[in-house]
Ligand binder design. Structure first.
Ligand SMILES: Cc1cc2nc3c(=O)[nH]c(=O)nc-3n(C[C@H](O)[C@H](O)[C@H](O)COP(=O)(O)OP(=O)(O)OC[C@H]3O[C@@H](n4cnc5c(N)ncnc54)[C@H](O)[C@@H]3O)c2cc1C
Length: 480
């Protein structure tokens, strides 16, 4: 029978039936949905001292920030279902305002996307005063043409459009087919697609972008609305979930890095976790690996498990980095930025390096996001990358001075680079088949959930949460 060996606060005779490895949003969601389905003992094992993974909050200089700036919208149904379930604090709701900034804080374009459901949202957007401001007629015409195509094909890319590479169509190719004006690409489509898919438009999948547009722009009322935690992702999200899990008797292990999983007998697994200088073994019937592809692959090979179709797919996944710079503003700088919206796009300007793409204002802080970076890496662990910072710092300083009037050098800065921030949502990224999307790994009683398991969707908190739910449902069918 399954036994816990040497776990603090645990009676060695207690049976642990399900172990979830990884306490990011996928693992948290999986544990919560499993608990809704079963009273069996569940243990959630996290390597870091804190839960939340890539989407967790931090405190810096007594100010609340996140590991990287995250944008969440009303279309994240499963995420907000989970947050409601655990009675997390209410997140702020704001209309989505696409605002592009040029030199000297000049607002070049701004579009407050109306809240009513599709198609009222689009129809209202065509009324004078409610549509995008600062868009020339050619951009509006181009937008109408693209939305027309998407509607005609139920928010899919026109199948008659062919890619030169014979793979799926990239965002760049798709926009070229529509002869979208270059300025419109640079000021709207590129930041939109690269922000949503974290992949350069030359390689990013147009059909995934169409899905994102369907669920946001083409979705029900308030699906475009921006939702922001009042504090940070941990205070208003992760901590509420972990408290709920604890109240519902889910055993939470922090600081336990799983080194390998070993088949022990026909019907059980042993999970070996390193905690400080101790190696702890947890015997269990079911295991859920809630890790990104690269970490799942590493665990699989350390565990010498036989290759399966899913494990081979994880090895083929490429990744992109995101660097976020948090800058502590003084009172005067904060006042000078106060007329800008809470988050905005930094539009490219002739003669000014374009490194930072999106900026966000928080109390006393400016965050600047640099996404869709292709970087060389031998380790996918998150790290503060000094060489990358040296390369980005001076062009970013020039850009922020020119566009926002902010002098970067003397200000306190926190640089966070996640080298494998997300998997690359390219035209040739391999998608999971149905069985893998249900959480199956090809080995009995061993499941997986992660942000790459929702076919057609990019890596987001929502896909992590959805996958956690889907895998929990699948495992539950095996329990009863
Ligand atoms: C900078 C940045 C910006 C982003 N912006 C957005 C955004 O705007 N909107 C959006 O929706 N999404 C965004 N994302 C993506 C989003 O954060 C991820 O898709 C989501 O958090 C993935 O959750 P996960 O649980 O699948 O994986 P992870 O968050 O990676 O969780 C995996 C967990 O497993 C733990 N772990 C790893 N190895 C082991 C081991 N051996 N044993 C035990 N535990 C282990 C890790 O510590 C981690 O906590 C962004 C990501 C980054 C990095």
């Amino acid at each position: 029978m399954a036994r816990v060996e040497g776990l603090p606060g645990h009676d060695a005779r207690v049976n642990i039936m399900i172990v979830v490895i990884g306490g990011g949003w996928a693992g948290l969601s999986c544990a919560a949905h499993l608990r809704r389905r079963t009273d069996l003992p569940i243990t959630l094992v996290e390597a870091a001292p804190q839960f939340g993974g890539r989407a967790r909050g931090l405190t810096w200089q007594n100010r609340l920030i996140d590991n990287g700036q995250h944008l969440t919208i009303g279309a994240y149904h499963e995420t907000f279902f989970l947050l409601n379930l655990v009675q997390a604090p209410q997140w702020e709701h704001r209309p989505l305002e696409w605002c592009g900034i040029g030199l000297n804080q000049h607002i070049m374009q701004s579009w407050r996307v109306p809240n009513p459901r599709w198609p009222w949202r689009a129809l209202l957007g065509m009324l004078p005063g409610l549509g995008p401001r600062g868009w020339p007629g050619s951009w509006r015409q181009s937008m109408r043409q693209i939305l027309g195509e998407l509607l005609q094909h139920q928010w899919r890319i026109d199948p008659s459009l062919k890619s030169a590479s014979r793979r799926g169509l990239s965002v760049k190719e798709w926009l070229n087919h529509h002869r979208v004006p270059n300025e419109f690409v640079q000021h709207f489509w590129k930041p939109l697609a690269e922000g949503a898919l974290n992949t350069e438009i030359e390689s990013a999948s147009a059909s995934v972008l169409a899905t994102v547009l369907r669920d946001s722009l083409g979705g029900p009322a308030r699906s475009c609305e921006v939702r922001m935690p009042a504090g940070n992702l941990s205070i208003d999200g992760v901590d509420a979930i972990t408290r709920w899990l604890e109240r519902h008797n889910v055993n939470l292990l922090r600081g336990h890095r799983v080194e390998r999983i070993v088949q022990s007998g026909d019907l059980s697994w042993r999970v070996d976790a390193q905690h400080g200088d101790q190696l702890r073994a947890i015997n269990t019937q079911w295991v859920v690996i809630a890790l990104p592809c690269h970490a799942s692959s590493r665990l699989w090979s350390h565990s010498a498990l036989p290759q399966t179709k899913p494990s081979q797919r994880w090895q083929q996944m490429d990744h992109r980095a995101i660097t976020t710079v948090w800058v502590a503003l003084d009172a005067e700088q904060e006042r000078s930025l106060a007329r800008l919206p809470q988050w905005f796009v930094l539009n490219p300007q002739p003669g000014v390096p374009h490194i930072g793409q999106v900026a966000v204002r928080r109390p006393g802080i400016l965050g600047v996001v640099m996404s869709a970076q292709k970087v060389q890496h031998d380790s996918h662990a998150s790290q503060h990358d000094q060489p990358l910072r040296s390369a980005l710092q001076s062009p970013l300083a020039v850009q922020l001075r020119a566009q926002l009037g902010v002098d970067l050098e003397p200000l306190e800065q926190k640089w966070i680079t996640e080298k494998a921030a997300t998997w690359a949502c390219t035209v040739d990224a391999p998608w999971p088949d149905h069985a893998e999307a249900r959480g199956e790994t090809g080995l009995a009683q061993l499941y997986r959930c992660a942000d790459d398991l929702v076919p057609g969707y990019p890596a987001t908190i929502e896909s992590a949460v959805r996958s956690g739910h889907r895998t929990a449902e699948q495992l539950a069918t095996e329990l009863y």
